[in-house]
Design a binder for this molecule. Structure first.
Ligand code: FE2
Length: 213
């Protein structure tokens, strides 16, 4: 079975952008339910896959296993999202800063692209900064869809666009949430490690392997 990973920081440490109340519901209710449903569905199917990435890839294009895919992908997306934030914000540096400069011009232009993609995304989903080939891109995915099944794409950062991520703290101001998120919570250290992995020089972020039930 797959575990619900522990948050890498205290529940109140992302305030004021994300309150302890929001994080409590988001992690302790939404994410927990995705992981529990995932484990139930895998047990029912007698599925022994130990890697969540494998579960996602195997079910991504199978309409008969959509429920399993949705819960697997949402489990993955949320765990990556928790790690894509930090209370100890530091702007990008080194090779990552160079890659941002090459792809977007500067960090402000990347911020504009990221916020615009998130604001323009209709309904629920995720906005990502990804490495693809030699370049960086901003993309969005709908509902539970994620980057795991996309060949040659490595996610560097993600922000949750579902209303449960921001409504208690920002109501309908998705733009304000995304701007504050980008300016104060984005974990550029994770992004740097992911870029290194995308270039073949280290392991990419992975969900904790399944444990024996
Ligand atoms: Fe969420």
């Amino acid at each position: 079975m797959f575990v619900l990973p522990e948050l890498p920081y205290a529940a109140n440490s992302l305030e004021p952008v994300i309150s302890a109340r929001t994080l409590g519901f988001h992690n302790g209710k939404h994410h927990k339910t995705y992981v529990e449903t995932l484990n139930t569905l895998l047990a029912e199917a007698d599925d022994r896959l130990s890697s969540l990435e494998e579960v996602i890839r195997e079910t991504a294009d199978d309409p008969d296993r959509r429920k399993l895919f949705n819960n697997a992908a949402q489990s993955w997306n949320h765990a990556f999202f928790w790690d894509a934030m930090t209370p100890a914000f530091k702007p990008p540096s080194g090779d990552l800063a160079k890659a941002i400069h090459t792809a977007f011009g500067d960090l402000t232009a990347l911020r504009t692209a990221f916020v615009e993609e998130g604001v323009g995304h209709f309904a629920s989903g995720w906005v990502w900064l990804v490495a693809e080939g030699e370049t960086l891109k901003v993309i969005s995915t709908h509902d539970a869809d994620d980057t795991v099944p996309l060949d040659g794409v490595t996610p560097l950062l993600v922000c949750d666009l579902w209303e449960h991520a921001y409504y208690l703290d920002h109501q309908n101001d998705r733009k304000g949430f995304l701007q504050a998120w980008f300016d104060t919570l984005a974990n550029w250290s994770l992004a740097e490690r992911q870029l290194t992995a995308a270039r073949g020089a280290g392991p990419a972020w992975a969900y904790p392997a399944a444990t024996k039930a």
